[in-house]
Ligand binder design. Structure first.
Ligand code: PMP
Length: 415
């Protein structure tokens, strides 16, 4: 298949933020992996002749690659509002970034999450971590965190660190979590907060400083850049004190002859052992540059119009029930999960695929949340014939009204 551009009819989707695609294939699965932006492909193509080692060679090509890699770090850090003394560490994806943070926690750290998180933000945390129930709305999330942190401070050694780990936007419902408010509560209790921005960053600007979060984790492949390029940005102290995430070349300042005689570097290199993913980092930086130059409000408005069209279309189908945590009016990004009453979700997804419409089915790597929302959907709709897994449609820069309408029409025709 030769990639060809799929450009929306709306001017807001054209220009430097074109995405690649295959003619005739409707991709409504941006939340899993977004298509590659043309700027990312161009940045990779431009660098290919310079292909050489990063941080290891003395040749001109190698020096240029090292420069490109470090410039990408600066660009990505600036894009996400990194503070001057934050570390910007390239990882494979959000899962990798959160696992790295999990390994860098000082001994005795308690991590507080909500049960609504993606597995990547539920599972990397140490035993003894606290998992709060899925709240009914944003205000309850803030109140519940406040109460839990107050309780922790009374119960645990007040000297031990606490990290709150929350998502910015749910990968199941697209609903936005009140990150700035949660950060305020966390800091009032002298806890730190990490933001899983995997689903937030592709849709709205994420600024570490403005949100006042301590760490942010992102996946390049959900942000129109290639696979294998993610980032963890945040406070340097824990990261510099932790054992290296990947022990090996590049992470060391000095290695002696004795087995454990090693001095690890400080800074991002400490956790980036091995030859880094230059092309991924440069492509991610190219997308960051393009998004920084774009009219994000216009892109957001366009996406919200498409999302409303999608939700209205699905809402008009009596056999379709939407999954949601915070209520129908809660602000959200371009993600909708739903079930077709009386139909197995995998079968519906396969039928859509046969019509060249790609969606996702399952529990979306958020089993506790998805199961709970399926139960609530059954209770809300009063239907006993809802399937045990769901479908998810998600949109982004290359999505068009036609894509949305084709999905709705296909679901209306098949029940
Ligand atoms: N967090 C959220 C909210 C996600 O949606 C995802 C991906 N579905 C992840 C974390 C993990 O991202 P990755 O698979 O790129 O590591």
């Amino acid at each position: 298949l030769v990639p060809a551009p799929v450009v929306g009819s709306d001017p807001a989707s054209a220009g430097s933020l074109d995405v690649l695609g295959v003619p005739g294939e409707i991709n409504l699965d941006y939340a899993a992996t977004a298509p590659c932006a043309r700027v990312a492909a161009d940045a990779v193509t431009a660098l290919l002749p310079w292909y050489a080692s990063v941080h290891r060679g003395a040749g001109a090509l190698s020096r240029r690659c090292t420069l490109a890699y470090e410039r990408a770090r600066q660009t990505v850090g600036d894009f996400f509002g990194a503070r001057a003394d934050d570390h910007v560490i390239f990882t494979r994806n959000t899962t990798d970034a959160l696992n790295l943070l999990g390994r860098a926690l000082p001994a005795g750290t308690t991590v507080v999450t909500f049960a609504g998180e993606h597995h990547a933000n539920l599972l990397p945390w140490p035993r003894g971590s606290v998992r709060l129930p899925v709240p009914a709305d944003a205000a309850e999330a803030v109140r519940a965190l406040d109460a839990a942190l107050g309780e922790l401070r009374r119960a645990a050694n007040p000297g031990l660190p606490v990290l709150v780990a929350v998502t910015g936007a749910s990968n199941v419902t697209g609903e936005l979590w009140p990150v700035a408010d949660l950060a305020r509560v966390a800091h009032r209790h002298r806890a730190r907060i990490a933001l899983d921005a995997a689903q937030l960053a592709p849709h709205v600007p994420v600024d570490l400083l403005a949100l006042d979060v301590d760490y942010v984790a992102v996946s390049g492949h959900k942000l129109y850049a290639p696979f294998g390029a993610g980032v963890l940005i945040g406070r340097a102290d824990w990261l510099d004190a932790a054992p290296p995430y990947l022990a090996g070349g590049g992470a060391t300042a000095r290695v002696g002859a004795a087995t454990h005689d090693v001095t690890w570097t400080a800074g991002p290199a400490r956790h980036e052992g091995g030859t880094p993913n230059l092309l991924g980092a440069v492509a991610l930086a190219a997308v960051c540059d393009a998004l920084a130059a774009a009219d994000r409000d216009a892109l957001h408005d366009r996406e919200q119009r498409l999302l409303a069209r999608l939700r209205d279309g699905l809402g008009a189908l009596p056999h379709v029930v939407e999954l949601r945590t915070f209520g129908p009016e809660a602000p959200r990004v371009g993600i909708v999960s739903f079930v077709v009453a009386g139909r197995d979700s995998a079968d519906v997804a396969a039928e859509l695929a046969a019509r060249s419409i790609g969606v996702r089915d399952g529990l979306f790597c958020a089993h506790p949340l998805a199961r709970r929302l399926l139960g609530e959907a059954a209770a809300r709709s009063g239907r006993r014939d809802l399937p045990p897994t769901a479908l998810r449609a998600s949109i982004g820069l290359g999505s068009t009204e036609e894509h949305v309408d084709r999905l709705v029409a296909a679901l209306a025709a098949r029940r």
